[in-house]
Design a protein around this ligand. Structure first.
Ligand SMILES: Cc1cc2nc3c(=O)[nH]c(=O)nc-3n(C[C@H](O)[C@H](O)[C@H](O)COP(=O)(O)OP(=O)(O)OC[C@H]3O[C@@H](n4cnc5c(N)ncnc54)[C@H](O)[C@@H]3O)c2cc1C
Length: 464
């Protein structure tokens, strides 16, 4: 039986649900499509995420060529390409892994309808999350909207399953034997797609991902403490690989559950956050456009375009915020603690609409993932399902003193302040830092404005 396996955000050849199923049934061809709808929206023609994807596909192609096969690469509308390709190859099945984003669900439904009309079976598999929305429900059968009870139920479900972490065998024996003359190794795909070659700071692919996981493994024991400090490498730095599926969520959980420490528990919790946000997006797609708690859409943010621009460029005069934003602009990455600090700063200190920040992150982050990014922004702006209360406002000065106490991270990214000592650097005296911008707003004043602004939702003030 001939099958087509369509790779999307699962760029690997191991522990892959759809590929495993296809190979088990018979001759399998792999395809990846550069989706014109997604690529046309990218503003930056040197977008490093494209390099990351191409590198990941090159690794796949090298493995496939050794087995006498190749991955078909196309550019355009999947709803046209997949049915045509399936017809040309005379396959019986098209398999892929489920994607929970509204655009992807719509796209897959169109592809599915066309394939069905051609008499070709189209099947989607659970792969990118460990549990899907119907698998972790309240005792009344409802959807969890708060993380901690969701996590407890997730862990209980896992325990009740006998702690089973399936591994989807991909033996690579049934690959269609052919050589693709327009393969990813021999074609200049950047130029084909109208992009510029822009080396990524992260090498794409599974080898690099598994190496990171291996390096992180002995550090996991300290994760619960070390994860909060941007100048330390206390986290796995795997998010870009997880986003593109170079590793499976099961690879991560196998590693996490093989250890027995508080650090491992907290790390597993983060993987469960990821499932939680995917489940929320899958269930409540309105969050792509607006607040999870719809009341919060009443807030009219007064922050200006000038302030937003200063935030984007790392020129706000708040050192920890500027260091984080400059790091993002340069590397496409930002530490989780800093994502929370800059997100809170944008919507609760500059009083700029959080959706503008969300969109900026979507443009810049190598690990950009709609569910996690939206979840993070809605948490920070208090509009989300299990968000911090609106009166919790991160103080950028105390966050800086607490989590970058020696000023190491600031010194790295804001060289104008490199000469200041650990006491001076968090809130620099203009006399000692004349080439660094003065704060564009007063934190204290805007804290009060923020509480007024958010008074459409009522509760007592409190400071972090
Ligand atoms: C405003 C904001 C925006 C964010 N945008 C994204 C995004 O676009 N893509 C993204 O992957 N993460 C996002 N996060 C979550 C988190 O910041 C990153 O996952 C983390 O910094 C990645 O670093 P790491 O790989 O070293 O993670 P680790 O700390 O090692 O965690 C392991 C993995 O767990 C997952 N994870 C960790 N924290 C979270 C979380 N809060 N929500 C969902 N998954 C999580 C990630 O896949 C991560 O790689 C965002 C957080 C905030 C506050």
């Amino acid at each position: 039986m001939k099958n087509l396996c369509w790779l999307r955000r699962d760029l690997r050849l191991h522990d892959h649900s759809a590929l495993s199923k296809a190979l088990s049934l018979g001759e399998t061809t792999l395809v990846f499509i550069f989706d014109s709808y997604i690529l046309e929206k990218l503003k930056d023609k040197s977008d490093k995420r494209l390099t990351f994807i191409i590198d990941s596909l090159k690794e796949i192609e090298e493995t496939l060529q050794k087995k006498g096969s190749s991955i078909i690469i196309r550019y355009g509308d999947p709803a046209e390409i997949i049915p045509n390709l399936a017809k040309d190859l005379q396959v019986k099945n098209v398999f892929c892994n489920r994607d929970y984003e509204p655009y992807a669900k719509d796209r897959d439904s169109k592809v599915g309808k066309k394939l069905t009309s051609l008499g070709i079976n189209f099947e989607l598999f659970k792969d990118s999350v460990f549990y899907e929305k119907h698998e972790v429900l309240t005792n009344q059968g409802g959807i969890y909207k708060v993380f901690t009870p969701y996590k407890n139920k997730w862990l209980e479900t896992f325990e009740n399953s006998g702690k089973m972490i399936p591994e989807f065998d991909c033996h690579l024996k049934n690959l269609r034997q052919f050589s693709n003359d327009k393969n990813i190794l021999e074609f200049d795909w950047y130029k084909e797609l109208g992009f510029k070659d822009s080396p990524s700071l992260l090498p794409g692919g599974t080898k690099a991902a598994l190496k990171r996981l291996k390096n992180f493994s002995p550090k996991m024991v300290d994760y619960d403490e070390a994860r909060n400090f941007p100048a330390k490498s206390g986290t796995s730095d795997l998010s870009t690989y997880i986003r593109h599926g170079n590793v499976s969520v099961r690879d991560l959980l196998r590693e996490g559950f093989s250890q027995n420490s508080q650090g491992a528990k907290v790390w597993i919790s983060e993987i469960i956050w990821r499932d939680f946000y995917q489940m929320i997006l899958d269930t409540f797609p309105h969050i792509v456009e607006g607040s999870f708690k719809r009341d919060y859409d009443q807030i009219k943010f007064p922050g200006s375009q000038v302030e937003f621009q200063a935030w984007c460029e790392g020129q706000t005069g708040f050192p920890i915020v500027d260091a984080a934003m400059r790091c993002l602009n340069e590397t496409g990455m930002m530490h989780n603690r800093l994502r929370m600090v800059v997100a809170s700063f944008l919507c609760k200190t500059l009083l700029v609409d959080w959706r503008k920040g969300e969109a900026y992150f979507a443009e810049k982050l190598l690990d950009f993932d709609l569910a996690a990014n939206n979840g993070g922004w809605q948490w920070s702006s208090s509009s989300g399902c299990d968000a911090q209360p609106y009166f919790r406002i991160f103080n950028p000065y105390s966050q800086s003193e607490k989590f970058d106490s020696k000023g190491e991270f600031i010194r790295k990214w804001v060289p104008e302040l490199a000469h200041l000592n650990a006491k001076e650097i968090h809130k620099p005296d203009p006399l000692l830092s004349s080439n660094y911008p003065r704060p564009i707003v007063s934190y204290e004043l805007n804290r009060k404005r923020c509480l007024d602004l958010y008074s459409v939702v009522k509760a007592a003030p409190q400071e972090l």
